[in-house]
Design a protein around this ligand. Structure first.
Ligand SMILES: [Zn+2]
Length: 291
């Protein structure tokens, strides 16, 4: 399938997405004060210690997000993570991954998924840290999410944007129809000049390049100038602007400005008359217009 070009309308296209990395703030109440103290930032250390009672809500911004999207009449894709890396005292580099994980069968998650399903949102898989190179693991994660959510999952983004030369093949063999991992984790824009969605194997499997993430956008000095440039690139090359805002990064105290950035971007694109849709719907349209 040759994606992009004729048949895919010229209006600016936006896809909103959320990688659900974690739902509770736990070990961070030890880690963040310590790292703040090591940097000599006593105020920040105190902030984290003084907000311990918010541990169950600070990363849980599900209602905040769905209410905002409802307000603008837009829908998004939530990519859920099924991480299985065990905690190993002697592997400190994996502590973040092992301790931060949640259970996909957690009642709060299942209730949230029901709300998303009923309201027209999309559910995708956030492939675990090692699944980008492990077909059996990825197949198991897809099946586990599908059983928990009670629907078929066709889209994926890999955790930490991990990829190697085999990842797309592995995702395709696991039964995914599209991936949206290709993108930067230190700036915003289209990686490797890839603007329009494309098919790496010239078949049904599609890559939607990820265009901007919350913390990269927030840290960018010329964010709006760059956003204008990115938007023109997308308009000229039939691209889709794919935003990735993590639900656990939206508390104003922990992540100042992140939620505001997200709303500002939605407003920015609304004012430009952009189309907002889920990647699943864009995929369906690409497929029917091209085959
Ligand atoms: Zn992630």
């Amino acid at each position: 399938m040759d994606c992009g070009g004729k048949g895919f309308s010229e209006v600016i296209k936006v896809a909103l997405t959320h990688d659900v990395d974690r739902i509770d703030k736990i070990y961070q109440y030890l880690q963040y004060p310590l790292t703040s103290l090591l940097r000599g930032n006593f105020g920040r250390a105190w902030y984290h210690l003084s907000t311990v009672s918010k541990w169950k809500t600070v990363y849980w911004n599900f209602e905040k997000l769905t209410e905002l999207e409802d307000k603008y009449g837009v829908r998004s894709t939530f990519f859920y993570l099924i991480e299985t890396i065990p905690f190993d005292l002697f592997k400190p580099s994996e502590w973040n991954l092992a301790l931060g994980r949640y259970d996909i069968r957690d009642k709060r998650i299942l209730t949230a998924i029901e709300t998303l399903k009923k309201g027209g949102w999309e559910i995708g898989l956030h492939g675990s840290y090692n699944s980008y190179k492990d077909l059996n693991l990825l197949k198991w994660e897809k099946k586990t999410l599908e059983e928990a959510a009670g629907l078929e999952v066709t889209g994926i983004r890999q955790h930490y944007l991990n990829m190697n030369n085999d990842t797309w093949q592995i995702q395709k063999d696991a039964g995914f129809l599209y991936d949206t991992t290709l993108g930067y984790n230190n700036t915003i824009g289209f990686m490797d000049g890839k603007v329009a969605p494309f098919s790496p194997f010239n078949d049904h499997f599609v890559e939607f390049p990820m265009t901007m993430m919350d913390f990269c956008f927030n840290a960018e000095k010329d964010k709006w100038k760059l956003t204008e440039k990115i938007t023109s690139q997308a308009e000229e090359n039939d691209g889709i602007i794919v935003l990735n805002w993590h639900p656990d990064n939206l508390d104003e105290g922990d992540f100042p400005g992140f939620f505001r950035d997200y709303e500002n971007l939605i407003q920015f694109y609304k004012e430009k008359g952009a189309r907002f849709d889920t990647l699943k719907n864009y995929y369906a349209e690409l497929k029917t217009s091209k085959i």
